[in-house]
Design a protein around this ligand. Sequence first.
Ligand SMILES: *Cc1c(COP(=O)(O)O)cnc(C)c1O
Length: 439
Amino acid sequence: MPQPRPRTPLDPRTLLDLDQAHVWHPYGPMPGTATPLLVESAAGVRLRLAEPAEGHRELVDGMSSWWAAIHGYGHPVLDAAVRGQLDRMSHVMFGGLTHEPAVRLAATLVEITPAPLQHVFLADSGSVSVEVAVKMCLQYWASLGRPEKHRLLTWRGGYHGDTFHPMSVCDPKGGMHRLWGGVLPRQVFAGEPPAGFDAAVDEAYAAELADLLERHAGELAAVIVEPVVQGAGGMRFHSPGYLRLLRELCDAHDVLLVFDEIATGFGRTGELFAAGHAGVAPDVMCLGKALTGGYLTMAATLCTSRVADGISRGEVPVLAHGPTFMGNPLAAAAANASLGLLLDQDWRTEVKRIESALRTGLAPAAELPGVADVRVLGAIGVVQLDHPVDMAAATRAATRHGVWLRPFRDLVYTMPPYVTGEDDLARIGEAVVAAAAAG
Ligand SMILES: *Cc1c(COP(=O)(O)O)cnc(C)c1O
């Protein structure tokens, strides 16, 4: 095995050999079995490969690096913000110290999220922000002298991250609960929310939610769901009516409501936050992914004054959580610049433009054998197959069209950067259809 030496450039073959032997990839075996594409740089909506794949040295990114890179890569405003911050300081601890990038970011998040959310915890990844949300809810009830309210209710088909408490509220099948039977906290699950953003609220399902909440209220700290779009759990859309119902039920039964907007936040579904489709505010909200425009890892957990006051009046009157890189100035500077870019433009029109291009581009997939459903909401396009996708064949088909896609389970899907032009959107559409046909 060749040894990497500092400052010696490594050729692509060597890099890929080292990668396979030593580097874990998401949800991957060790050593790796599939050869990843080696990316050299990225600009605009294009990833530049070290070596051509299926004849293409550059691929249009149909994934926004998992919902994150909403402004594309190498954006001059984001680059300048991070460089400027680097000249001042890249990091200082957040215990006992504070700084403008973090304070400005928290103030902006309070301003743009539903009004009752007033307090911000800056975490270093989405999963950690969900851990913090759970800790806030459990500690709120413990502080009020009701420690028996420590379980969570969610619906099936969700995804909330890969650390242990978030895993406990992921879909039991997708989250591999059978692997973790004795380890994960046991939560309360409703069935999957009935599919369809425009579908009417299903009375039987509404009754199921009401019944579960009523029966378990005494032991429930919170309900946690992804509003409107369930992302990595299956790319399913549901009616905002269920969110209004959950808000009513939580109020009626003294249970907190957590919205995990890590995937849906910052315009992706056509509203700035998916909660906006329902016109309801949660007690706790998680943000991540597109928060920094895909530049650096950062997430946030917001809560209401009721939650914060409850915690702060308890026997242990502090929120005992404090990551080493909390409030990282580089990430906060990227987030401030990304939010500035987003809010200073007519993002709603851009997302609508992408929505209509995806509707047109993905429509031919509905005619393909093996396709169960084609759905689009905001800047999210999904083709669901009636069988598990052949990842290698589907990815190759997309690459042949010059597009980067990462299908999973029975899904070929895309959520392009908001800056993707018409020609590139058409190309993404063709690639999704080709991947669905090949997969
Ligand atoms: C991605 C995601 C997470 C986890 O975020 P990480 O930054 O990967 O830890 C949690 N919830 C939802 C809805 C997500 O999409």
